[in-house]
Write a protein that binds this ligand. Structure first.
Ligand code: PLP
Length: 266
């Protein structure tokens, strides 16, 4: 058994090779998005995946037929149980589901120091089902200032009030262009706007597939894991984009609707 000091040194050394990444998100029974996509991504990229499940969605490639949320207390208890014991090198936040859960998570983030937090403001499932109501979206305002990076797609950006409103938080945000031209544009441009308004962009040809379920979840979990490995924000985003592209190309083609992506060999 390791003594407390030795254990601390052991944890610090291991975190460089196997970063501890916590996903606070919802379960997708179809395994395409949510917690399932996050665990797959973090593990495949060499991290240790820990989870705080906010809710359960009954879901496949065609739609969401039911959903039930955890209590805010149960979400926080999961977070504290793992962070207090294992420590944490990066956090990814996905579906929160209610303003109460968003508020509880914000309260926890206020107590954190020097841990990158990637906030994917999930609002709608790939099939079109709502995963956040207006009150929950309003509660996101309390989470944005506590994040290291916010990753809205174009529709989420609109509902958060538009780019000028997000820019006022002085928090870096990545505008994901995958939904541009209703998902029809020939190329996909993602744009990072840093806290000073400086921009960096990535452009790639669109990978045409209906199996794109979980792209946002996979991207944000990959960014968190690369940051946990010690990459810069710009490199973490660039590598995470490549990882999502490889996942899209590896999609097994399951389901009648928007099926899951695949697990790329690295
Ligand atoms: N979280 C959950 C639980 C979901 O079911 C979904 C989509 O269905 C998402 C997040 C967001 O998915 P995507 O990564 O496709 O934006």
């Amino acid at each position: 058994m390791l003594l407390p000091r030795a254990r601390h040194e052991h944890d610090a050394a291991m975190s460089k090779t196997c970063p501890r990444v916590l996903s606070i998100a919802g379960s997708d029974s179809g395994g395409g998005a949510g917690i399932q996509a996050d665990i797959r991504t973090i593990s495949n990229l060499g991290g240790h995946a820990m989870t705080a499940i906010t809710g359960i969605t009954v879901q496949n490639s065609v739609g969401v037929t039911a959903a039930e949320l955890m209590t805010p207390e149960l979400v926080l208890a999961q977070v504290k149980a793992v962070v207090d014991d294992f420590g944490v090198d990066a956090i990814k936040i996905g579906m929160l589901g209610s303003p109460e859960i968003a508020l509880a998570v914000a309260g926890f983030l206020k107590s954190l120091r020097d841990v990158p937090v990637i906030f994917d403001p999930v609002m709608v499932a790939t099939s079109g089902a709502a995963l956040a109501d207006e009150r929950t979206v309003a509660a996101f305002q309390g989470l944005i200032p506590l994040s290291s990076l916010v990753t809205p797609n174009l529709d989420e950006m609109e509902r958060l009030g538009g780019e000028s409103v997000i820019a006022d938080y002085s928090v870096p945000f990545l505008v994901k262009g995958g939904h541009g031209d209703d998902g029809q544009s020939a190329s996909v441009i993602d744009r990072l706007v840093d806290m000073h308004g400086e921009q960096e962009r990535w452009e790639g040809s669109r990978i045409v597939t209906r199996h794109s379920h979980g792209t946002g979840c996979t991207l944000s979990a990959a960014i968190a894991t690369y940051l946990g490995h010690g990459e810069s924000l710009s490199d973490a985003i660039g590598k995470a984009r490549e990882y999502v592209r490889a996942s899209l190309k590896a999609a097994p083609g399951y389901g009648a609707g928007h099926g899951p992506m695949g697990v790329p060999r690295l």
